[in-house]
Design a protein. Structure first.
Length: 416
């Protein structure tokens, strides 16, 4: 950390949650600030053309600044939220602005509609699942903004109270446990998912009704107590989710996400559709109500088993277990296709090059890209354009209020 102190006018919000300003020819990024504010700051890391700083004081505050709810929020405290100091309507605006900026700077795309961010019906207490780390004293908490430390928490304003209470009721006396996931399914089903340093199951004494599973270092789940899965209800359908399988944590927004995807596809009833990186079959369940064929691809074996149960009522859904690129290449080798449409919901790293190539070869005409990172979305949009796809529009949806994380649904059209 340097001792350089500066006065700074902040002008924009950057991807990653920092506001930024210009000073002495460099861009300075400052957390816990807002565009339009005038602050005093200390440079903490100088990299020449840009620098990071910490706010020392506010000379002129933004009208969008609000008092954070959580006592754990702030510099060198809990890193789970970054934007509790920002009024919620402004958070939505900044997220749209960031998507526009990433598309222009990384994707070279400046003329595509990016709609207003769809707000979450519950901007607080929305997480039905949370992952806690274990501090040195055995307390549960979240990784601090100082990543070398765990911030023990007693309250959390984005986790559902029943999920937080479930985690805090766990008494840990085993130093081998390093991570605890807590989740609650429909009808109040509680589950704890433990990760240990050596994959050995800890000694457990649980005096309340809860299922407990161990997640090994290779992400293989081992059932210890109770059930290996919970159920979530979305749009009247019930989804089984095994420990280790991915499912959206903001369930009311998951319903909205499904609606946005279906509206973007606008299926007429006879289409063949790919559902890639499909998880437990959330999108496939609703695609199957509208398409003549759904081909689901997922690499995580327990999630494929979940999807098999979740989609048991449909005879026109094919499930493939494996990496998306290799599975699509196998389909091409077998003469599959063309496919009318595809939904892709990749991890934060985005689409692999072989997946983009296969989408073109399979002649997918309608492509819906569900993105959890606007930077990789912008990069992939540029790559998709090189394979004949045109970005039509982008709809941000706020899956993660009070944080800088941005979910988007992007609509592409192939060569017609």
């Amino acid at each position: 950390m340097t001792d350089e102190r500066i006065d700074l006018r902040l002008t924009a919000m950057a991807h990653g949650g920092y506001a930024l300003g210009k000073q002495a020819g460099r861009t300075v990024f400052v957390p816990y600030t807002l565009p339009g504010e005038w602050i005093t700051a200390r440079i903490t890391e100088d990299r020449g053309r840009f620098a990071y700083a910490e706010m020392l004081g506010i000379v002129e505050a933004s009208p969008q600044r609000v008092t954070p709810r959580c006592p754990h929020f702030g510099p060198r405290r809990c890193g789970g939220c970054q934007w509790q100091h920002i009024a919620y309507p402004a958070q939505l605006t900044y997220k749209r602005d960031i998507v526009l900026d990433q598309l222009k700077r990384i994707g070279g795309i400046a003329d595509v509609p990016v709609y207003e961010t769809v707000p979450s019906p519950q901007p607080w207490y929305y997480r039905a699942r949370a992952a806690f780390h274990v501090a040195a004293e055995g307390q549960l908490g979240f990784v601090s903004t100082d990543p070398a430390r765990i911030e023990p928490v007693e309250v959390c304003h984005i986790v559902q109270p029943e999920v937080l209470n479930l985690a805090l009721a766990l008494m840990l006396d085993d130093e081998n446990v390093e991570r605890v996931q807590a989740l609650v399914g429909e009808d109040g089903q509680g589950m704890l998912i433990l990760s240990t340093r050596d994959d050995l199951a800890p000694e457990l004494e649980v005096d309340f009704p809860v299922s407990v599973n161990l997640l090994l270092s290779d992400n293989e789940p081992v059932n210890l107590i109770g059930a290996s899965h919970v159920y979530h209800a979305i749009r009247g359908r019930r989804f089984r989710v095994t420990a280790g399988s991915f499912f959206q944590v903001n369930l009311p927004m998951a319903e909205i996400l499904v609606d946005v995807v279906l509206q973007g596809l606008n299926l007429e009833g006879g289409e063949a559709v790919l559902d890639l990186y499909a998880g437990v079959g959330l999108f496939s369940a609703f695609l199957a109500e509208r398409a003549s064929l759904v081909t689901l691809v997922e690499s995580y074996p327990p999630a494929v088993t979940d999807a098999d149960e979740n989609l048991a009522g449909f005879e026109h859904v094919d499930l493939f277990e494996g990496g998306v690129g290799p599975v699509l290449r196998g389909l091409l080798d077998e003469g599959a296709g063309p496919y009318d449409a595809a939904v892709v919901d990749p991890p934060r790293t985005g689409l692999e090059a072989d997946v983009i190539q296969a989408l073109e070869e399979l002649a997918v005409q309608k492509l819906i890209y569900v993105s959890c990172d606007p930077a990789t979305l912008a990069r992939d949009a540029r790559q998709l354009q090189g394979h004949g796809y045109r970005l039509i529009d982008v709809q941000p949806v706020d899956m993660f209020p009070q944080t800088y994380h941005i979910e988007c649904v992007a609509r592409f059209a192939g060569r017609g």
